[in-house]
Design a protein. Structure first.
Length: 206
């Protein structure tokens, strides 16, 4: 079963994607794929991402195609951060069959608050939030590795506002695209706590 997680930045797509991975899915985040590019290529994409803009679709589509062509024995793919516009949705259709869309919705106000407080540990990858949840036990330090937490370079107020503006303009229409294709869209309230959201998603897949 192949799934797409759609939601504003900060809605918890990455968190829920990782939890679905524990249930046997292959979680693929295009944001992570782009951040893991080699230095020279990364420099090119940061020109866009640090301003909160989309990286050109042809580049993202190419990277994604390469990633999904790798065979595995997982339950299916969970896409996070892709497709972000209609062009990408059309390109995806040629590659894999999508079974369900999971739309995690939150208000813009909550999205901004979460993104401003978002931190991560470079060593173990664990995510934290200074404004919401999960808060680190010692402000600014990873509970496990005890090293200083990092902030994503694109989590600046200016880039956050741009990302939300583009989400409304370019990504929200993708929901209508799938609705018209009669693909089931599961709506989940992303302002609830992480485990509740996860439970709702798992229930909806049964
Ligand atoms: P994310 O980790 O999903 O918030 O993505 C971080 C940044 O990577 C975005 O702000 C974009 O600049 C870029 N990006 C990720 N996925 C895509 C995509 N499907 N299309 C275009 N740009 C993307």
């Amino acid at each position: 079963m192949n799934l797409i997680l759609i939601g504003k930045q900060g809605s918890g797509k990455g968190t829920q994607g990782k939890l679905l991975e524990k249930k046997g899915f292959n979680h693929i985040s295009t944001g992570d794929l782009l951040r893991n590019l080699e230095a020279e290529e990364k420099k090119k994409i940061e020109f866009y991402s640090l301003q909160g803009k989309f990286v050109p679709s042809d580049l993202v589509i190419e990277i994604l195609k390469k990633r999904i062509s790798k065979k595995d024995d997982k339950k299916g793919i969970v896409l996070d951060g892709f497709p972000r516009n209609i062009e990408q949705a059309e390109a995806l259709e040629k590659e894999i069959k999508i079974d369900k869309i999971i739309h995690i919705y939150i208000s813009d106000k909550v999205a901004v608050k979460r993104l401003i407080g978002r931190r991560y540990c470079e060593n173990c990858g664990r995510g934290y939030n200074l404004e919401t949840f999960p808060k680190p036990k010692n402000d600014g330090l990873c509970d496990i590795c005890k090293i200083k937490l990092n902030k994503r370079k694109d989590d600046t107020i200016k880039a956050i506002k741009k990302r939300l503006e583009i989400y409304h303009k370019r990504t929200e229409p993708v929901l209508d695209y799938y609705k018209n294709k009669q693909i089931q869209i599961i709506r989940v309230d992303g302002e609830k706590d992480i485990n509740k959201v996860n439970k709702e998603i798992i229930e909806s897949l049964k």
